[in-house]
Design a protein around this ligand. Structure first.
Ligand code: CO
Length: 471
């Protein structure tokens, strides 16, 4: 890496449309821009993983592996990046180590360079197998990069020292780069400066910052992090930037032009490719996937420390239960539940677990009279170790004398690949199909069967001149 230069990852092909348009950008919307994107000079292009895998098969009738291979071919020069939820891969439960390893192997073989690995609880044991798998692949794919991410949150246990200690652990585990993943835009500009400064002192691998602009502080966070010496920053091209998405690429590039942190990116080239994505954004708006509401600054998150997505979920849940009047009571209950549960960062799936439990606590009139199965699992250690101390009284009430797991959850799972291979033998055509099935069984089976159906039409075959040509 060049000294001083700030490197940019563009999220236009993944987080930007996942955050603003329900992950509905199609491969056909990406391809016309690929050559331009490949010539910008980004550090990487985030284009796969996260929610794209599920959405491809469930809604877009696209094979996620074909999408990856096609993007790889269309952008031979730029690093392609994906987001992976550690032992959860791209799903919502813990998988056996052999499935994680195979998924990482196939992702890299099909064209991924950078794998950003994170765990909702920051339990590094849930990141270990994925990280080791990337390191192993570097023997045959030296361009592969193992990026370990810290899930940023605020709580009495989550201070700067906590994050620095965590980053040191991840560096020791072999991380090639360390990302600070601020999914809810809770990181404030001054704190970003201080945290990045500290990380740059204590860590020798590059630091990569990921924030959003939900609360309106994203550009300031990026700029302060830049001043503190951050190496790489995530941005999104302007047509799908800001609000719940990342701050705009062009704005940061222009801000740093001519300074010692100049990104070296060409505003003219960025504007050319932005023109294409403006049309894509218009199309997504017309289709109803992009609601301009996601662009407005949401300051409630700053007040309540509850991620924006969680607030809108909560309103929906209460509306369905015809109890919108309880909104502020539930809002006040969320931090209490989070404290009882040992301060998990609020990100999928913990945001849903804590939110739902807060609703149950308020609606039933007695705290923990009703406890969801997911809450029980979280308190029993099934998701990994919680960052802070758990309220033992609450745990007792929730799971009684039930078993508490203190080992790495995946240690209790036997190898699963063979089972998935057998189960999908009848329709899976490749190891990639088996992996799609392993992660989303029903969705993948339906998708693959449809994909491979012979396309028969009842229309009479038209005979063209060429069909009968005899020359
Ligand atoms: Co994000």
């Amino acid at each position: 890496m060049e000294k001083n230069k700030l490197y940019i990852t563009d999220t236009i092909l993944r987080d930007a449309h996942q955050s603003q348009a329900a992950t509905r950008m199609r491969l056909e919307d990406m391809l016309p821009a690929c050559e331009m994107l490949d010539n910008i000079g980004y550090w990487s292009l985030e284009c796969w993983g996260g929610a794209t895998f599920d959405t491809c098969m469930r809604f877009l009738n696209e094979d996620p592996w074909v999408r990856l291979r096609t993007l790889r071919e269309a952008m031979p020069k730029t690093r392609l990046q994906m987001l992976l939820r550690g032992q959860n891969i791209l799903g919502y439960k813990h998988y056996a180590d052999d499935v994680v390893e195979e998924f990482v192997r196939k992702s890299i073989e099909n064209g991924i360079d950078v794998i950003r690995i994170f765990d909702a609880l920051n339990d590094v044991r849930n990141m270990e197998t994925a990280m080791k798998s990337v390191k192993k692949m570097q023997l045959t794919h030296p361009s592969a990069i193992c990026e370990a991410a810290i899930s940023y949150t605020t709580s009495p246990v989550h201070n700067e020292e906590y994050f620095v200690t965590l980053a040191k652990k991840l560096e020791k585990m072999g991380a090639d780069t360390i990302a600070v993943k601020d999914m809810a835009n809770l990181l404030l500009p001054m704190e970003a400066y201080s945290l990045i400064k500290k990380l740059k002192q204590e860590i020798s691998v590059p630091i990569h910052l990921h924030t959003h602009n939900t609360t309106g502080t994203g550009d300031m966070v990026n700029l302060m992090a830049c001043q503190a010496g951050v190496d790489i920053v995530d941005c999104a091209l302007s047509p799908l930037a800001n609000g719940t998405s990342q701050p705009a690429t062009e704005s940061l590039v222009a801000t740093l032009k001519g300074t010692d942190r100049d990104t070296g990116l060409d505003l003219g080239k960025l504007s050319d490719v932005a023109e294409h994505f403006r049309k894509v954004a218009q199309k997504l708006t017309k289709e109803g996937f992009l609601d301009p509401k996601v662009l407005s600054v949401d300051t409630n998150t700053l007040r309540y420390q509850v991620p924006g997505g969680m607030l809108s979920n909560l309103i929906k849940q209460l509306k369905e239960a015809k109890h919108e009047d309880l909104f502020y009571e539930v809002l006040a209950e969320i931090p209490r539940v989070r404290k009882d549960f040992g301060y998990p960062p609020l990100v999928t799936p913990t945001s849903q677990i804590v939110g739902t439990q807060a609703v149950l606590n308020v609606m039933s009139g007695e705290r923990y009279k009703m406890v969801s199965n997911e809450s029980k699992g979280l308190l029993a250690g099934q998701y990994g170790q919680l960052p802070g101390e758990i309220n033992e009284e609450v745990r007792k009430k929730a799971i009684g004398d039930g078993e508490i797991i203190t080992c790495r959850p995946a240690d209790l799972i036997k190898p699963e690949m063979e089972k998935y291979r057998k189960e999908s033998a009848e329709f899976a055509k490749s190891e990639e199909d088996v992996l799609s099935y392993a992660i989303f069984p029903q969705v993948a089976e339906k998708f693959i069967r449809e994909r491979d159906k012979p396309k028969v039409t009842n229309e009479p075959r038209v005979l063209y001149v060429d069909d009968c040509s005899i020359n």
